[in-house]
Design a protein around this ligand. Structure first.
Ligand code: NG6
Ligand code: CA
Length: 504
């Protein structure tokens, strides 16, 4: 009798537990927090005090890192912007799409409107979706008339709302585009854009150097806007041209307005900031604040912006219901084409955080970037060494919001992103200007590549050598010791996996 009694108790307890588990699953499956991706442009692994910087203080971003998961092996898919953003939004390796490389402002939309995208997935799960900031994934189908609705663009690949710059701050057209319309355009002063030929009589950095307030070092010698020489030629649209020094405040206001007007239902905001990409144009409030010239100043400006943005989430009462992902599209560069003291005033700052290479490089500093997930009250803070890539957000956020995404390169690493597990990717192929390499565990394999290793104009080693390279990143973070010759078995193992994953 006693035994039967105990059996009942045990059965009762088991059933309670199962119920609890089911409830927990249900809770997880139905979890629809707001999701914000804060994405910086060219911010390096060593550019934040949370990641070891001693010469720059970034308290607001540090708060995210200290209150969330700080990834030490977090990667953009690539060492340049367009491919990384392509991977982030589509969950696909950019090297599968030959057109996924740095695009001019006139390039057609790179993402197919039929393609799976992160905003589309979230939209299906009931989210409102928006992008504010840098797009750089092409617009239109080939020949864009900037005086008509520019389409297809972000609104055709999953974003309900968009407020963007077309390409980069150093590329024309230098105007904001809201849901396909150039903001503030005077129809009597139409915009024309061309990347090959100048428009007759229009000043350029070559013909009118006296008009420049910022000097170009390489490239950047076409049209002049606000005294800054750009890539590409543009005519007209005077009223619509952005004010560079106001860009940070402008995008912040748009992001804050979006949050305030959409807080009643779950939203996904992809907030793609322009700092510290060139031209670096801090608002006068930030000029001189870093002692490192404009590059340092705009990093401090970006940190302030993020502090203000988080304040808004707090004031609107939704910080605890918002998952924030912070990262950068690629690694750092000091001189990216303008004379702006970035090299001269760098002092003891190490933008690479001890990694080799930089933007454009297949070495680690090209694609390993600050990567933070923060969810107040939900994520228990820690440092994670799991290998994660921005491309994995698509599957992981699908899972978080109660669905799944198949047929992409994105892996579901939700547990790692929420800090519940240290398990990241087993393999990751990283990309830099068309070249690829394999990260697997502590190891990194780089095939032999033609071309120069040192790109003089930017002062960065891009990683090209006529022989294979193999590094143990655990013992050799800065990739000083090529172990290809001394570890032939490891080399063969990684090479075989690399070739298989690349489908070669
Ligand atoms: C390069 C530009 C560089 C930057 C980069 C894109 C020259 C010489 N250099 O071609 O200044 O704009 O493209 O950067 O034009 S990214 O972060 O958007 O990938
Ligand atoms: Ca970039």
């Amino acid at each position: 009798m006693k035994n039967i009694y105990s059996l009942f108790i045990i059965l009762f307890l088991i059933s309670c537990q199962t119920q609890k588990k089911q409830e927990k699953n249900l809770e997880k499956k139905e979890s629809k927090p707001n999701i914000v991706i804060l994405y910086l442009d060219d911010l390096g692994y060593g550019d934040l005090s949370a990641y070891g910087a001693t010469e720059l203080n970034t308290p607001n971003i540090d708060k995210l890192a200290e209150g969330g998961i700080k990834f030490t092996n977090g990667y953009a898919s690539s060492a340049t912007c367009t491919p990384s953003r392509y991977a982030l939004l589509t969950g696909m390796y950019p090297w599968r799409n030959k057109k996924a490389k740095i695009l001019p402002g006139t390039a057609p939309l790179l993402i197919s409107t039929a393609q799976k995208t992160l905003p589309k997935i979230l939209k299906k799960q009931g989210y409102q979706t928006a992008v504010v900031g840098k797009w750089h994934l092409g617009l239109g189908t080939g020949v864009v008339d900037w005086n008509q609705k520019v389409s297809p663009g972000p609104n055709e690949v999953g974003f309900d709302e968009s407020y963007i710059m077309a390409a980069t701050q150093d590329r024309v057209p230098t105007v904001y585009i809201q849901n396909g319309d150039v903001v503030g355009l005077d129809k009597n002063d139409p915009i024309q854009v061309d990347y090959k030929n100048n428009f007759e009589g229009e000043p350029t950095a070559i013909t009118n150097p006296e008009m420049l307030t910022m000097k170009w070092h390489h490239g950047h010698n076409s049209s002049i806007v606000n005294g800054i020489p750009r890539i590409g030629y543009m005519k007209g649209g005077e009223n619509a041209k952005w004010v560079d020094t106001n860009m940070a405040d402008h995008f912040l206001e748009k992001a804050q307005d979006y949050v305030k007007s959409h807080k009643k239902n779950p939203f996904f905001l992809y907030y793609a900031m322009q700092q510290p990409h060139v031209p670096r144009t801090p608002h006068p409030r930030f000029v001189g604040t870093s002692g490192m010239g404009p590059r340092g100043d705009v990093i401090l400006e970006a940190d302030w912006v993020i502090g203000e943005f988080i304040k808004t989430l707090e004031e609107e009462g939704i910080l605890e219901n918002t998952l924030i992902v912070f990262s950068s599209d690629n690694g750092p560069v000091l001189n990216d084409g303008y004379y702006d003291d970035a090299v001269e005033k760098i002092g003891n700052h190490d933008q690479n955080g001890g990694l080799r290479g930089g933007k454009y490089s297949i070495f680690e500093a090209g694609s390993r970037v600050p990567f933070i997930t923060y969810w107040k009250g939900k994520i228990t803070p820690k440092v994670s060494d799991a290998i994660v890539c921005q491309m994995d957000l698509l599957s992981s956020l699908a899972d978080l919001t109660g669905t799944s995404a198949t047929d992409t390169d994105s892996q579901n690493l939700l547990s790692a992103f929420l800090g519940e597990s240290e398990k990241g990717r087993e393999n990751l192929i990283i990309e830099a200007t068309g070249k690829t390499a394999l990260r697997r565990g502590d190891w990194l394999y780089i095939p032999a590549y033609e071309g120069k290793n040192f790109r003089e104009e930017v002062g960065i080693e891009v990683g090209n050598f006529p022989f294979e390279q193999l590094y143990n990143l655990k013992d050799d973070k800065s990739q000083k010791n090529n172990l290809a010759d001394t570890h032939p078995e490891k080399l063969d193992e990684l090479k075989a996996i690399f070739l298989k994953l690349r489908g070669e």
